[in-house]
Write a protein of this length. Structure first.
Length: 49
């Protein structure tokens, strides 16, 4: 598995996780409480690349 394939796979997993989190947050009405920690977690990771 090349580096490109691995990064593509990781991005697909992250995207799927965010879609599931979004669905759960909208259904339960806790979107603000769930999005802030995720944003704080992903911001440094995405800004470093």
């Amino acid at each position: 598995m090349s580096s490109h394939d691995r990064n593509t796979f990781l991005m697909m997993i992250m995207f799927t996780g965010l879609v599931i989190l979004n669905f759960f947050a909208v259904i339960t009405g806790t979107a603000d409480a769930l999005y802030e920690p995720v944003t704080d977690l992903l911001r440094p990771i995405l800004l470093l690349r």
